[in-house]
Design a protein around this ligand. Structure first.
Ligand code: 26V
Length: 815
């Protein structure tokens, strides 16, 4: 990249606007100016992108392919400007054109190709891989519609399609030259080739053309540009639609429909399997296209397919891309004519699997009938993998039928994807220490016993470039002022802030920045929700997907309880609080949607109750997403991480709050455990059941919440308020399903299966400690600063270095 030339930059923006929209820049809309800026910035990185890939080839470097159904990358422009270190100069240039940078950035839609934690983690990993200079591709799907846009109407969530590509995507490049064909259905026929070998060919199938689109992923200040390659489907037009052959015609139409539907939409479920045929098609589609292309690229530069694993490693982001295992086998067996053992050796040395949840609802299983019909050749291969694996179990455990029942890949009419991923690879990792331990001791115990060497932990991380440098510019420049800019690429340096926690002036500066960020969020809330909040109140924030195990219900029940107390004792001591929520619920998840409605109903009642005198405000931020998350984290005082212990595999929002100086109010779950290890228990607020206690209750079939309900008047009162019309005058039955879930359960599930009432008093006590701690501003400021200072471990740069050292074995590019 050449030196930044402001004049040239402005000229380029004007030229793009002129060429694309036939307008002088003075007459262009903000969106048009955004487009001009985006193309100009893309232009600035194009040479680096080319050169990076040339360097990879010349240095013949091993590459990781991060296979993921989701990449929740968010906006690209601001991130690229940050990573180009061109923030100040581009800001200036735009000001001379009459625009401020934020306004232009706001014109970009979020690329929301993911649901939540799992997709955002993939995006943070790509940022770190480039920044650290490792050869990497993200491989995924170019959904036409990403995560839905959430509107709140009358307190209810309404889902609006996210047409993120409607104005085009300035950052992507269509790579038709790498298109491949993916086949579905039909049947497999065995033929004998001219050398007398059995060969398998798929016949009478339907196929689609997979077309890759590449998006650049910039490293920070190092001119390394990796690629996020997402696939779109197009129809294969070898059939003549005018054909009088009816069979031909129908097939052509079917193939067109297949191509049209595959990449249409991201499944907006998180932690729940719907078992939909289209989803399996999506999985095989992007996996087959990616793997075919990887093998072809490898063979362009190498002779020996047997050594594929020396240059290629596939990381499977959850079980969603697990068909990688049989697909790679298929290519090696059917296209390269390898024997089974050779092919299996290569495959199991090239694949590694990350587990992201122990929630049994999310464990992927496919009906054999469906799997076989859609992927007949892949199914044959899975059958053979399963047959051989069962022989291995029998050999090691003689005739232990229980082992086969638990570990078989094909069982009870289903294909169990986690089992396939574990057997078909060399590494299985969890995403936080506690989570990995639970996998080893509970969920995947038998596999751990059989393959202990495969298991390892990789505690998640987040990129400080987006969540501090870009999202909280005031704090970022304060930190740089104190300790220099090294933290941007080495977050462990934040430790150097520790001495400043003892300095009164520094504490004042730190809290002043927090205050200004609260003012910024308050303005956002005013503009988007029409609610006025007080930046002097405690900003208590829970933002994440809505799920019962994350216990937004516990949070809002506690708010209802506080409100009861204030109504009973109007003069009680009370530090003003703003409870902020943000969450999307899966469209079909009724209880989750009821919780959103409840939060909004409670907000409506409390925010408009004059008796409360603004001591409590409740805000539900509409359409929580990556771009507004950056503003929210920067402004938080309290980070709510209150999942039922053992259920949240890691959490990554918890780390973003910590980085921005919020104190964790949480259970000992996921990465909270490690956060508290770093910052010290005295700088967080822990409460509630521990994971082993939860697991023990679960093994006994739950606990009896009725007893609690009958013996604790305050608990009874808030639970009853779910059904007495306090928050649903129009329809008392509105929240009955939530009431029922707490006291009865449904369809055999235990009552209060997430231990909300069980943990209620402990949560209340922790909240009282929060209030008390906040009254001591000195102490709070120290603790907040310590959170920022001690967050070094939670950089995704650290996580990636661990993946490289223990799993991927990559080398950095020399540039
Ligand atoms: C599962 C499913 C099931 C089928 C329908 C679509 C769908 C989409 C996503 C998922 C994955 C759920 C697992 C997940 O997101 N886990 C989260 O991963 C984060 C990154 O490791 C971690 O921080 C969170 O604790 C964990 O819940």
């Amino acid at each position: 990249m050449q030196e930044f030339d402001k004049k040239e930059f402005k000229k380029n923006v004007e030229e793009y606007v002129g060429v694309f929209f036939r307008k002088p820049i003075e007459e262009a809309s903000r969106q048009q100016v955004y487009q001009g800026v985006a193309y100009t910035v893309k232009n600035m990185i194009i040479d680096d992108w080319l050169e990076t890939h040339k360097a990879y080839e010349e240095q013949d470097l091993k590459t990781v392919y991060y296979l993921s159904m989701e990449f929740l990358v968010g906006r690209a422009l601001g991130n690229m400007i940050t990573n180009l270190k061109a923030d100040t100069s581009i800001r200036e240039a735009l000001e001379e054109l009459g625009y401020d940078l934020e306004t232009i950035e706001d014109e970009e839609p979020d690329a929301a190709l993911g649901n939540g934690g799992l997709g955002r983690l993939a995006a943070c990993f790509l940022d770190s891989l480039s920044t650290l200079g490792y050869p990497a591709y993200g491989c995924g799907i170019r959904y036409k519609y990403g995560m839905f846009e959430q509107k709140i109407e009358n307190g209810y969530q309404v889902e609006v399609p996210d047409n993120w590509l409607k104005n085009g995507n300035p950052f992507e490049i269509k790579r038709s030259e790498y298109a491949t064909t993916v086949k579905f259905g039909g049947y497999v026929r065995m033929i004998r080739d001219e050398y007398g070998n059995d060969r398998f060919v798929q016949e009478n199938y339907q196929s689609v053309r997979a077309i890759p689109y590449d998006m650049p992923i910039l490293g920070y200040g190092n001119h390394v540009v990796n690629t996020l390659r997402i696939w779109d489907a197009e129809a294969i037009d070898t059939f003549n639609l005018d054909s009088f052959d009816k069979g031909e015609y129908e097939k052509a139409v079917e193939q067109q429909n297949l191509a049209r539907t595959i990449c249409e939409v991201l499944y907006p479920n998180d932690n729940h399997i719907a078992g939909k045929e289209l989803r399996l098609k999506q999985q095989y589609f992007f996996v087959s296209a990616s793997i075919q292309r990887v093998v072809a690229k490898y063979m362009e530069a190498h002779e020996d397919i047997h050594k594929l694993y020396e240059k290629v490693v596939f990381q499977l982001n959850d079980t969603h891309p697990t068909v990688t295992v049989p697909e790679l086998m298929r290519i090696l067996l059917d296209d390269y004519y390898l024997g089974w053992e050779e092919a299996w050796d290569i495959t199991t040395k090239a694949c590694a699997y990350t587990n992201h949840t122990i929630m049994s609802e999310a464990l992927e299983k496919w009906p054999i009938e469906l799997f076989k019909r859609l992927l007949p050749r892949i199914y044959q291969i899975v059958e053979e993998i399963n047959r051989r694996f069962i022989l291995q179990i029998l050999k090691e455990y003689s005739s232990d039928a229980k082992k086969i029942e638990k570990m078989a890949i094909l069982y009870d009419g289903q294909v169990r994807m986690a089992n396939l991923a574990i057997v078909g690879g060399f590494s299985v990792n969890g995403v936080a220490k506690l989570h990995t331990e639970i996998l080893k001791k509970q969920e995947l115990r038998d596999f751990y016993e059989m393959f202990p060497w495969k298991f390892n932990n990789k505690t998640n991380g987040i990129t400080q470039r987006r969540f501090l440098l870009h999202g909280n510019p005031m704090l970022a420049s304060w930190v740089t002022g104190k300790i220099g800019e090294g933290w941007i690429t080495d977050l462990s340096l934040m430790e150097k802030l520790m001495p400043y926690t003892e300095d009164e002036q520094s504490r004042k500066e730190f809290m002043d920045i927090k205050y200004r960020n609260k003012v910024r969020l308050a303005a956002y809330i005013k503009e988007n929700n029409g609610i006025a909040v007080n930046p002097d109140s405690i900003f208590d924030v829970q933002v994440k997907r809505l799920h019962e195990y994350k216990r937004q219900l516990l949070n809002i029940l506690h708010v209802m309880h506080l409100y009861n107390k204030l109504k009973d004792n109007p003069d009680m001591e009370f530090y003003p609080r703003t409870f902020i929520f943000g969450a999307k619920a899966s469209a079909g998840y009724e209880r989750a949607k009821a919780i959103i409605k409840l939060i909004n109903s409670v907000a409506e009642v409390i925010n408009n109750d004059e008796d409360i005198q603004d001591k409590i405000k409740v805000v539900f931020i509409e359409n929580y997403r990556v771009s507004n998350a950056e503003i929210i984290f920067a402004a938080a005082d309290v980070s709510e991480q209150i999942s039922t212990a053992s259920k949240e595999a890691s959490g990554t929002g918890n780390m973003k709050f910590m980085l921005n100086g919020a104190l964790t109010l949480g259970t000992l779950d996921g990465a909270n455990v490690e956060i508290v290890e770093e910052v010290g228990e005295e700088n967080a607020f822990l409460f509630g059941l521990h994971s082993d206690e939860v697991i023990e209750y679960e093994q006994q079939g739950g606990y009896n919440p009725r007893e609690l309900y009958n013996s604790d008047r305050d608990i009874k009162r808030v639970v009853d308020q779910l059904v007495d019309g306090t928050y649903s005058r129009e329809d008392k039955a509105l929240f009955a399903p939530l009431y029922e879930s707490l006291l009865a359960g449904k369809g055999g599930e235990p009552a209060d299966r997430y231990f909300i009432l069980k943990d209620f008093r402990a949560y209340e006590a922790a909240q009282e400690k929060v209030e008390k701690a906040y009254r001591n501003m000195e102490g709070w400021a120290k603790a907040a600063m310590k959170n920022t200072a001690k967050c070094g471990k939670f950089s995704s740069d650290r996580t990636i270095e661990e993946y490289v050292k223990d799993i991927w074995h990559l080398s950095k590019v020399q540039k």
